[in-house]
Write a protein that binds this ligand. Sequence first.
Ligand SMILES: N=CN[C@@H](CCC(=O)O)C(=O)O
Ligand SMILES: [Mn+2]
Ligand SMILES: [Mn+2]
Length: 319
Amino acid sequence: MSLSHLKKAGDAIFIDSKVTKANEIISAWNGTEASNFSIIGVPLSKTSISHSGASFAPASIRKMLSSYSTYHIEDQIDLKDYKVTDFGDITMHVTDFEESRNRIRSTISELLGQYKETMPIILGGDHGISFPSISAFAQERGTVGVIQFDAHHDLRNTEDGGRSNGTPFRSLIDEGILKGEHLVQIGIRNFSNSAPYTEFGVNNGVTIYSMRDVRELGISKIIKESINHLVDKVDAIYISLDMDVLDQAFAPGCPAIGPGGMDSQTLLDGICYLASHPKVCGMDIVELDPTIDFRDMTSRIAAHVILNFLVEKVKLLNK
Ligand SMILES: N=CN[C@@H](CCC(=O)O)C(=O)O
Ligand SMILES: [Mn+2]
Ligand SMILES: [Mn+2]
C-alpha cells in the first residue's frame, strides 16, 4: 500500500530542483577516501573557564549549512560541483580532559597523515581544542603559522586553572610547538585582557592587532601584512577563529560577548583574503555556544565562514 504526499521526517519543507543547498555537498567519510575539503567536529567545552555549550556547535553549524545555497553570485562560483568530506565528531572522554586533548591531537594527526591534500575545517568546541589541533598540524604539516581572530590573547597562565579555553596559545608557545613570531592575533579588545598577557605576547614576538588597528588599518592591509610576515618563515598557515572576535551585536552565541568587536562582513573579508593564499591549509571555528544564540545568528556566520573559505580555495584550484 502507498500513501501519497508524504516526505521523510526532517526533510526540507520545500525543495527547489534548481537550488543546491550547502549541506548537500557534504558526505560522511566512507572509511577510505577524502575530498580536498573536510570538516571534523571537536565537541569539547567542559574546559571553558565560563559556562559553555560550545560542544553543541558542530551539530548547529552543520544544520545551518542547510539554510544556504552553494552559489556565490559575486564570483560566479557554484560549490555544487565540489565535495566536502565529513569525518564526524571526535569522541571526548567524559571526565578526563587530558585524554580528550590526546584524542584530538592523535585523530587530527592521523587524518592529516592519511590525507595529505585535505584541508580540514575543525568545528569546536571551546578554544582549548586549538592546543591539540595546532599541535597535530605542527606534527604533520611542518612549521606552522597561526592567524588567530579573537577578542582575547588566550595566553593565560596554566598555574591558576590548568589548560582551558584561555590558555591554548600560551601552551603552544611554552611547549615550543608554535613560535611567538609565528602567531598573529587580530581583533584583540579593550577590557577583555590584562597587561601581563599583552607583555607576554610582545616579549615572545607575537604580532598583535587590536580592534582599533582593524578599524584604522582595515582588514585587507592587516591580512596582507600578516601573510607577508609569515609566508617565508612557515610551511603552513592555520586560521584559528574564536567567534567572540565579533561584536555582541553580530554574534550573541558566544560565552564571552562584548561591544567594540568586529562586524561579520569584516570577518568574512578577512577569511577570504586568507583562504586565497595557498599556504592556508586548515582552520578551526571555536567558542560558539548555540544554546545561548539568537535565531542561530552565530552559527549562520560560522556557516558563511566555511562557504567563503571553500569558494576561495575553489578559485585557487581553478587557477
Ligand atoms: N577563548 C576564550 N578566552 C577567554 C575566555 C572567556 C570566557 O570563557 O569567559 C579568556 O581567556 O578570557
Ligand atoms: Mn575569545
Ligand atoms: Mn579565544
